[in-house]
Design a protein around this ligand. Structure first.
Ligand code: SF4
Length: 370
């Protein structure tokens, strides 16, 4: 279970497995359960439909269970070592998926090599160490999977595709030309090199997802993004010129943000609207373990409480800002000022309800363009 919406179906599935195959061991794991590690362990919360719950990356724990090496009396199993592995899609009937064409997921890395953004659970509560495939092995890995499963499209599911992997893909552009792929990258200084970006396009890169978050350098600094707005400008230009779609994520309402910062975000987006293919506009959620809370007196947060009825399984906290600009004001700004802007509205209209980056990848850069 990696996302909240998978929790109920997973329990239902576990119940079905229990009823139909009473003898088998049912094991649960994934990012969602790992986020609940502290609460489940402290409360010793056990679910009768599962024999074990694995926290962290589950491959080694599963392999050791299959080999009979683990103690079957342990309910909670903890695995902190991540491995870069090659997935086996051999048992899947790819043609049965509700998708215009099969898209295979592949993580070239686990965790995040940056791990510094103060709003991100990968930084505030990492569940395992960072690891990645050898960059030069990734092009061959994709080519092998493409040939074996007769697919051309890939979703690189990394939190942020490491720069050496991007460089390796660009190097092998002649071999990669028949493939199409997309994924998250950071606004790395290296991508200000128009040559590298155009080589990525030749290597099959159709869309990159990028977390801009804010058009205010001050807020970027506070967030720990480690990115520069002049780099962002150049990278968006490079992507546009090379025909790679950009899916840009923006986040308002972080602690310490002011109305002036939000205005800078608006101005930045308007200035670069012609180079942004898709936009995701959001209000920041504060992770429950955020370090913003451990700076009493000098925090941008006056008070905070766990969100939702599901405490202690809540993943986020509500907060009251120390100043007079908080989530409420940010939400109003998003609705009235950002969505009230013609150029921004035009981009947002390309992402109708239920439309996600996965659809954008298949439709390309100019979907819904008037
Ligand atoms: S780069 Fe992305 S995944 Fe990594 S810490 Fe920042 S927001 Fe999280």
């Amino acid at each position: 279970m990696n996302y909240r919406h998978q929790v109920l179906p997973a329990f239902e599935l576990a119940g079905l497995l229990r009823r139909h195959f009473p003898g088998i061991r049912v094991v649960a794991g994934g990012g969602m359960l790992t986020s609940w590690k502290k609460a489940l362990s402290e409360l010793d919360l056990r679910f009768s439909c599962f024999d074990h719950i694995v926290f962290g990356p589950g491959e080694e724990a599963l392999a050791s269970m299959a080999a009979g090496d683990s103690d079957p009396s342990d309910y909670f199993l903890d695995q902190t070592r991540a491995i870069a592995f090659v997935p086996d899609f051999g048992t899947l009937r790819l043609q049965d998926y509700l998708c215009p064409l099969p898209v295979l997921p592949l993580s070239t890395s686990r965790g995040c090599y940056w791990s510094n953004c103060r709003f991100c659970p990968e930084a505030t509560a990492p569940t395992h160490s960072y690891t990645s495939h050898a960059p030069n092995a990734v092009p061959d890995l994709l080519l092998r999977l493409a040939q074996k499963h007769e697919v051309t499209h890939f979703h690189l599911t990394d939190n942020a595709i490491p720069l050496p992997v991007l460089q390796a893909l660009a190097e092998r552009r002649k071999d990669m030309a028949a493939l199409a792929w997309h994924g998250f990258v950071r606004f790395e200084a290296a991508l200000t090199d128009a040559g590298l970006v155009s080589r990525l396009a030749e290597a099959g890169c159709k869309m990159l997802q990028l977390g801009l978050e804010s058009g205010s350098a001050r807020v970027l600094q506070q967030l720990g993004k480690g990115t520069r707005l002049d780099h962002v400008s150049q990278i968006l230009k490079n992507l546009h010129q090379s025909g790679i779609a950009s899916y840009v994520y923006v986040m308002l309402g972080s602690p310490g943000e002011t109305e002036a910062d939000a205005e800078q975000t608006l101005a930045f987006l308007e200035k670069h609207a012609a180079q942004i293919s898709y936009l995701n506009l959001a209000i920041m959620n504060l992770p429950r373990d955020s370090e913003w809370l451990v700076e009493p007196g000098q925090s941008d947060i006056r008070s905070s409480a766990l969100l939702g009825e599901e405490k202690p399984l809540g993943l986020y906290r509500s907060f009251e800002p120390a100043g007079n600009w908080g989530r409420r004001e940010a939400r109003l700004f998003l609705k009235q000022r950002l969505l009230g802007s013609g150029p921004i509205r035009e981009i947002v209209n390309r992402t109708p309800p239920y439309f996600t980056s996965n659809h954008a990848f298949l439709l390309g850069r100019d979907a819904f363009k008037s």
